[in-house]
Design a protein around this ligand. Structure first.
Ligand SMILES: *Cc1c(COP(=O)(O)O)cnc(C)c1O
Length: 405
């Protein structure tokens, strides 16, 4: 292979690619556990974990083996036929989530779309809402994906501007305010769709008790509760699911990202029969959804989460990291707040310096991503070793503590 420097890869991507991202200027070529390497051989701590998809660490050998074995046997027979892998995945996800049924898709966006369809149909067919009038309540600062329907109820202009007209049937309320949520629920409300912690919105953690109170409100008003745990789910916050922190079991659970350990796009919704029975043959589907590779990869990805006790690791390591960040960064001028749950952590600054901080972190050997301009999110793979976490924090803290470079 001819020698190429980082600049030539960047120039090629920028020349031929749409400019819908503004990446940090590193060109990665290899990953292993909590580390990635660039084309110039430099090693970085990955503190983004592909937005929590790579919670099991990069290229986990068990997940790689499952992918390779299945890819060489049967990849995509389509849902027109049964295959010998999908059932085991569905049974396993049902077991892990505690729901009766699972509907597999590919991306998180598709799983959220599936949840929206499920809630609307349930509203028309089980609750008796007049056809075409269903409303779903969502939160300001939400991120649920990039489809035209989903960005239609985003209040982030960068995501929504000039992609309208927005799909009707959504109502925005402030996140973390259950009085506002209660006031927004009316006779046509079929569901409430929320992230238990807003990830892209800046690792916004709602007040204690909010998840449980939202659960109680939804039960009382007979509307479905869907937690979008695409980012928070599968160990990231120190529990298998973030709703478990308050025992706020939803009616529809939306999963993606770490469901496949960063190896392959796999997402799903999980729900009980009352909701899942609204889907009838032909009502929903996806060419790749539930394919044998996805099934094999998901089974291995869930094995890793359980065998390596990743939720417990996230709780323990997150507590340590957060204490260090609070003490060594939280007290510095220009730093508004240090917050987190498990290994989902963030620094919020007084000014829009996060993009600059992320670039300086990369030069210090730690890859992280700014979100919503003033927030740097820190989400290492859950497999990171305690000593590695401290080494990464030693490198990151001097940068994080000095927001103006
Ligand atoms: C990433 C994310 C999505 C969208 O997932 P994609 O796989 O990018 O489509 C949806 N919801 C939440 C909470 C997410 O973090």
């Amino acid at each position: 292979m001819p020698e190429r420097d980082a600049a030539s890869f960047i120039a090629q991507s920028d020349r031929f690619g749409a400019r819908n991202y503004a990446p940090v200027d590193v060109v990665l070529t290899r990953g292993e556990r909590a580390f990635v390497w660039d084309v110039e051989g430099r090693r970085y701590f990955d503190f983004l974990s592909a937005y929590s998809a790579a919670s099991q660490g990069h290229c986990h050998p068990k997940i790689v083996a499952a992918l390779v074995e299945q890819a060489s046997r049967l990849a995509l027979p389509s849902r027109a036929f049964y295959n010998d892998r999908m059932g085991a995945m569905l049974e396993r996800v049902a077991g892990v989530t505690g729901f009766a049924k699972v509907l597999p898709m590919n991306t998180g966006t598709e799983a959220v779309e599936t949840a929206i369809k499920a809630m609307r149909r349930w509203g028309y067919e089980k609750k008796g809402v007049p056809d075409g009038e269903a409303e779903i309540v969502v939160a300001e600062g939400n991120f649920h994906g990039r489809s035209t329907t989903i960005v239609g109820f985003s209040d982030e202009p960068a995501h929504a501007r000039h992609f309208g007209p927005p799909t009707p049937g959504f109502r925005l309320v402030p996140f973390g305010d259950e009085a506002a949520l209660a006031a927004a629920i009316g006779p046509r409300t079929v569901g409430v769709l929320l992230e238990p912690i807003q990830g892209e919105g800046g690792v916004r953690i709602p007040p204690a008790g909010y998840l449980a109170r939202v659960r109680a409100l939804c039960t009382q008003q007979r509307v479905l509760l869907a937690w979008d745990e695409v980012q928070t789910g599968l160990g990231r916050t120190g529990r298998m699911f973030a709703f478990e922190h308050e025992g706020a079991r939803p009616d529809v659970l939306v999963l993606g990202k770490a469901l496949s350990g960063g190896m392959y796009p796999v997402s799903c919704i999980a729900a009980d029969d009352e909701v899942m029975s609204v889907f009838t043959p032909g009502s929903h589907g996806s060419t790749y959804g539930g394919n044998p590779i996805a099934a094999a990869v998901t089974l291995a990805a869930l094995d890793v989460i359980e065998d390596e006790r990743l939720p417990e690791r996230a709780a323990r390591l997150g507590e340590h990291a957060l204490a260090r960040l609070r003490a060594e960064v939280g007290t510095k001028p220009g730093v508004r707040e240090v917050r987190g749950r498990g290994l989902m952590m963030a620094i919020e600054y007084d000014a829009d310096v996060a993009h600059d901080v992320a670039h300086r972190l990369a030069r210090a050997g730690v890859l992280a991503k700014d979100t919503r301009r003033a927030v740097v999110r820190l989400m290492p793979p859950l497999v990171i070793e305690p000593a590695e976490l401290d080494e990464a924090l030693d490198a990151a803290i001097p940068v994080l503590a000095k927001p103006v470079g």
